[in-house]
Write a protein that binds this ligand. Structure first.
Ligand code: PRP
Ligand code: URA
Length: 213
């Protein structure tokens, strides 16, 4: 039987991997967990923007006129999936301060594991932006896939999904539902348990960020 190919980009930068290991540890408290998530989000944003196009512009330094590089192409939007996605927002907008921010509120029904939408507020020009959709956990894939579908319904045309930890099932679902959306993660973990938690994972990301355990 052929091994299944998951379409996912793993950011294996040593700083990202080291910080993720600290986040996984059960004794890591909410303050450190939040700080580490923000730092990782910034490092991941640095990696995923590596291929953003540049253009030459004319500028004047204190010494002379010259040509220099500036970002070209589409403007950026960041869309955290509430709640846990909020933990990745600051790290990204510190790198891309001009990005507009949209919010999508989804929670996973603990019985059915299906996403339930409760909030959506987006910049008006989502169709003209490259959207970085962020959620630390890609478990069954239901929440991320639903968020991407909703964004497409609102006109989004160019999206990147950035998660911290994924299960193979979640990657598979997003690959199937949204083959046009590249996925970036720090780790693809082993499996989902019977409650839909990623194993080994890091537990409930929202609860660990906001101290609601
Ligand atoms: C978590 C997580 C994802 C979702 C992943 O959110 O932040 O949004 O579960 O699971 P899935 O891939 O199976 O859909 P949760 O529903 O716990 O809400 P919260 O962020 O408000 O804690
Ligand atoms: N949501 C989380 O926060 N953690 C998991 O492991 C799965 C879903």
């Amino acid at each position: 039987m052929m091994a299944e190919e998951l379409k996912v980009n793993i950011i294996d930068h040593p700083l990202v991997q080291h910080k993720l290991t600290l986040m996984r540890q059960k004794e890591t408290g909410a303050k450190d967990f939040r700080e580490l998530l923000e730092e990782i989000a910034m490092l991941m944003a640095y990696e995923i923007t590596r291929d953003f196009p540049l253009e030459d512009v004319e500028i004047e330094t204190p010494l002379t006129k010259c040509k220099a590089k500036m970002l070209a192409g589409k403007k950026v939007g960041v869309v955290p999936i509430l709640r846990a996605g909020l933990g990745m927002l600051n790290g990204i907008i510190r790198l891309i301060p001009a990005a507009r921010v949209g919010h999508i509120g989804l929670y996973r029904d603990p019985k059915t594991l299906k996403p339930v939408e409760y909030y959506c507020k987006l910049p008006p020009d989502v169709a003209e932006r490259t959207l970085i959709v962020v959620d630390p956990m890609l478990a069954t894939g239901g929440s991320s896939s639903a968020a991407l579908t909703l964004l497409k319904e609102k006109g989004a045309k160019s999206m990147i999904l950035m998660c911290l930890v994924a299960a193979p099932d979640g990657v598979r679902v997003v690959n199937q539902d949204h083959p046009d959306v590249p996925i970036y993660v720090a780790s693809v973990d082993d499996h989902l348990n019977e409650k839909g938690y990623i194993v080994p994972g890091l537990g409930d990301a929202g609860d660990r960020i906001f101290g609601t355990l």
